[in-house]
Every structure is written in structure tokens, then in C-alpha cells.
Design a protein around this ligand. Structure first.
Ligand SMILES: [Zn+2]
Length: 311
């Protein structure tokens, strides 16, 4: 959590900037009610609850929790929040509804990523093309496939504010998950960037990083990153694998190498990336080289039998 959260927001909006393991949280406050968009990773759920409680004070009641998408770093605090705020209802993108109702950890990505997310119940859906009204603000719900094909963004046209989730960051966008398990995805990242272009937001509140107004520069950066990945899907595969490993290291901070190797063995997405892009190199040779690169980049280090997170 940092105090400088970037570009100034209207006084009814509050940004909890959380880093990479936990997504940002965005709170709407008006009258006596408050709503939170995205709730961070499960190991930070207590911190999320404390941030929310501090922002609610005596004046506001948390009435809604929304998720831009259900990657574990965006909805890991849902369960604890509604346990402590029984008036709050949970609303997820419509395409996620069946997977949440049956709690399908595979379809939700939590199982194939080897990540953790406590289950929660669904109260409503965010349907693309509809409007989510909160106080005086109307938020258009916009389908944002690419990083996650079921994701949505929220756009307040009156003030040009876009809550972009992982579809657009100040310095790019999130890993293109459909490219891990299928042969598509990049083109939908481009289509979603086109949609953002057409909205012409003046302020973007991303899923990770600071709020920003340099939207043109961020779009240029995202487009050039996309064209790099289009030209080299293998570079994206390497990037995706490193992100999956780094994310887990952020959760663990420190892990015994045999436990880490066991996690890698069982990891569905890492196995798929290896099969698709790096076969016939063996899985362990590929992983060893990845870790070596991450150690060289000082993203992690090895001490004795421990793999330790850095930075
Ligand atoms: Zn995501």
C-alpha cells in the first residue's frame, strides 16, 4: 500500500494501490454507502479488510463488492470482506457466473495457476452493455477480453474515468492468459485496446500501479508490447512463466527448493507453456534456465536449499 496513488481522483473515489501480489482496490463512497472494486490476494485479505474498514469509518456501510475479473489477485479478499460486512453483495462479470456458482477452480484459473483463492457466493452479475449505478455515477460495464476473456472494465462517461482491470496498465497490460491454454488471445487484447481508444478516457485506474492521465502514452506502450508478443509468442510464453513463478514467490517469500519443484511439476499452465513452446527441451532443463535468468535479474535468489523472493 503506497500513499502516492498517482493522478488525483474525484473525492468520492478512493484507490488502494497494493503492488503486484494484490490488485488495487477502488472504493466508491457516496451518502452512507460504499462499494469496492477488486479485493486483492487471499494472503493479504486481512490487510484488505483493514483498509476497507478504515475507509468506511462510522459513516459508510459496504454494500457491494465488484470484481473486474476473478484472477486470484483480484478476488482473494471477497470471502473475508462479506464475512465481516454481511450487507455487502458480490457482483462478478456475467461470463464468470457458472464457474462461481459451481466453484470450478479450474475454470476460475486458481487451480491451473497453482494459486489460492477462498470460495465465495455470487449475488449478482456485471453484464456487458449494462450500467452499474452507484450514487450519482453511472458506470458502463464493458467486456474486456484478452488478458482474461471473461473480464470487464467500468467506465464513467461523465468524467471519462476508466477502471481498466488488467486490460490496460500505465506500462502495458497483464499476461495474456488465453495464449497459455489456447492459440488465441493477442488479437482480443488489440480489440480491447481499440475499445479503450474509442472511449477516450481521461483518467485510468488500473488493476495494478498508479492511476494515470497519460492515456495516450500508455496506449502506445500497450500497442508496442502487443506487437512484440504477436511477433514472438515464445517471448510471451517466457514472460508468462516468469510471472507465474514470481507471483507465487511473492506469496511464499521463501520456499524450500523441493517444494517449489513439486509445485512446478503440478502446475498446469507452466506445463502447457513448456509443451507448446519449449518442447523437446525437458521440463526441468527449461525451468532451471528460467530460474537462472530470474536469479541473474535479481528477481529471486537461491541460498542453500531455499528459493527466496527479491524486490
Ligand atoms: Zn488478472
Amino acid at each position: 500500500m503506497t500513499s502516492d496513488t498517482g493522478a488525483a481522483l474525484p473525492s468520492d473515489l478512493l484507490l488502494f494501490e497494493r503492488g503486484w501480489l494484490s490488485s488495487n482496490g477502488i472504493m466508491f463512497r457516496e451518502g452512507e454507502r460504499a462499494c469496492l472494486v477488486d479485493t486483492g490476494y487471499s494472503s493479504h485479505a486481512q490487510q484488505t479488510l483493514e483498509l476497507v474498514n478504515a475507509a468506511l469509518g462510522d459513516q459508510f456501510t459496504l454494500t457491494q463488492v465488484l470484481n473486474t475479473h476473478l484472477h486470484s489477485d483480484h478476488c482473494g479478499g471477497n470471502a473475508l470482506l462479506v464475512e465481516h460486512h454481511p450487507h455487502a453483495t458480490i457482483h462478478v462479470p456475467e461470463l464468470y457466473a457458472p464457474a462461481v456458482s459451481n466453484w470450478d477452480a479450474h475454470a476460475l484459473s486458481h487451480q491451473p495457476t497453482g494459486q489460492v483463492c477462498p470460495s465465495f457466493k455470487l449475488d449478482g452479475v456485471l453484464q456487458a452493455g449494462q450500467v452499474f449505478q452507484f450514487g450519482h455515477r453511472s458506470w458502463q460495464i464493458i467486456h474486456a477480453p484478452g488478458h482474461d476473456d471473461w473480464a470487464v472494465m467500468l467506465f464513467c462517461a461523465d468524467d471519462g474515468i476508466l477502471i481498466s482491470g488488467d486490460a490496460l496498465w500505465g506500462n502495458g497490460f497483464g499476461v495474456v492468459f488465453p495464449a497459455i491454454y489456447s492459440d488465441s488471445g493477442f488479437e482480443r487484447v488489440g480489440q480491447t485496446l481499440d475499445v479503450i481508444d474509442a472511449l477516450k478516457p481521461s483518467l485510468v485506474i488500473p488493476g495494478h500501479g498508479k492511476a494515470f492521465t497519460h492515456v495516450g502514452a500508455a496506449m502506445d506502450k500497450a500497442r508496442s508490447r502487443l506487437s512484440y508478443f504477436l511477433g514472438s509468442p515464445t517471448a510471451h510464453a517466457t514472460h508468462a512463466a516468469k510471472v507465474l513463478i514470481k507471483f507465487k514467490l511473492l506469496e511464499w517469500q521463501e520456499i524450500e527448493l523441493p517444494v517449489f519443484q513439486g509445485w512446478c511439476e503440478a502446475n498446469v499452465y507452466l506445463n502447457q507453456l513448456h509443451q507448446k513452446h519449449f518442447h523437446p527441451q525437458t521440463y526441468s532443463t527449461w525451468l532451471d534456465a528460467l530460474i537462472e535468468g530470474m536469479v541473474d535479474a535479481k528477481v529471486c535468489r537461491i541460498a542453500g536449499e531455499q528459493l527466496i523472493n527479491q524486490n
